[in-house]
Design a protein around this ligand. Structure first.
Ligand SMILES: Cc1cc2nc3c(=O)[nH]c(=O)nc-3n(C[C@H](O)[C@H](O)[C@H](O)COP(=O)(O)OP(=O)(O)OC[C@H]3O[C@@H](n4cnc5c(N)ncnc54)[C@H](O)[C@@H]3O)c2cc1C
Length: 264
């Protein structure tokens, strides 16, 4: 399986990348390439030209800024796994295999918004902020507004996700996953986080066209009530030959109970 032919260029800075995107709207960003290249090899994607952002140093690494961690979008899953971030290291441990984790990036995964990716549930539970830059400057998008649809995030054409801001004040968190035995992606992944004010946020991925918060679980936990079953309606979920929508709804209930038990 070979991709269709394409032009290739590199950017060494965010400004350079934004200028290149403005000059050529056909350019497609490539970060770690671990979602884009498989799609190109299957000819599901045939971008005429790639803009390689692997060399942009200002988009790499993890820093502390008061009550926030600031994570460069080009930080790899392996670096996230070894970090002191809340929840994300546990989630990174579930992503693919060592080869995928050494090359794939946190920003690539979150901008790509694969409905079965692990990070989106964690981002929603943690209340992450996304820093996006484009020709009109920088804007910040809340996690609740980031995942718009299947493979569709709030990052627009001509823009880059440059950084992710993660609250450093999380008291406790957990991620539970039922993974697909072949692809290792999430059939369902469920993230919970207790924030500085004691309230719990919860979200799931894998079961629907995009990751979603879990209001029924949040209301029960924050109201000190028993966790009900039927947290999500199977009618709102996706099904396939491996797992029906009803089975995925059941998995949400099971993983929610496990995650909340771990939260303590
Ligand atoms: C065998 C295999 C197993 C995997 N298993 C899992 C798994 O279990 N769980 C999981 O969550 N993921 C899994 N993945 C996906 C992996 O996590 C990818 O690394 C990740 O989804 C994409 O990151 P990337 O840096 O490789 O992005 P790329 O493939 O380079 O890019 C993906 C998309 O995002 C865009 N993009 C990239 N960076 C930016 C940016 N900074 N700003 C704006 N747009 C950007 C690109 O234009 C492209 O459209 C797996 C991948 C493989 C190959």
């Amino acid at each position: 399986m070979y991709p269709a032919s394409f032009d290739y260029q590199k950017a060494d800075s965010v400004d350079q990348a934004i200028a290149a995107l403005a000059a050529n709207p056909d350019l497609k960003l490539i970060a770690g390439g671990h979602s884009l290249l498989p799609a190109m090899k299957l000819r599901l994607a045939q971008p005429p030209a790639l803009l390689d952002i692997w060399g942009i140093q200002e988009m790499k690494g993890i820093q502390r800024d008061g009550d926030w961690f600031v994570v460069g979008a080009m930080t790899t899953h392996a670096e996230v796994l070894r970090s002191d971030l809340p929840l994300f290291p546990e989630v990174a441990g579930w992503v693919g295999d060592p080869m995928v984790r050494n090359r794939g990036t946190i920003g690539g995964s979150l901008a790509h918004a694969d409905p079965s990716a692990d990070y989106p549930a964690a981002a929603l539970a943690l209340g992450v902020q996304f820093v996006i830059r484009g020709p009109d400057g920088e804007r910040t998008v809340d996690a609740d507004d980031m995942f718009v649809g299947m493979f569709e995030s709030a990052v627009r054409s001509g823009e880059l996700l440059t950084h992710i801001r993660i609250p450093a004040t999380i008291q406790a968190s957990a991620y539970e996953k039922f993974r697909h035995p072949a692809s290792h992606y999430a059939v369902v992944g469920l993230a919970v986080a207790r924030h500085a004010d004691g309230t719990v946020r919860a979200a799931y991925t894998g079961a629907a066209e995009r990751a979603h918060r879990l209001p029924a679980l949040e209301a029960a936990v924050n109201g000190s009530q028993a966790i009900p079953t039927g947290l999500v309606d199977a009618g709102d979920l996706l099904g396939d030959r491996f797992a029906s929508a009803e089975y995925r709804a059941h998995l949400v209930d099971v993983l929610a109970a496990r995650a909340i038990e771990r939260l303590g």
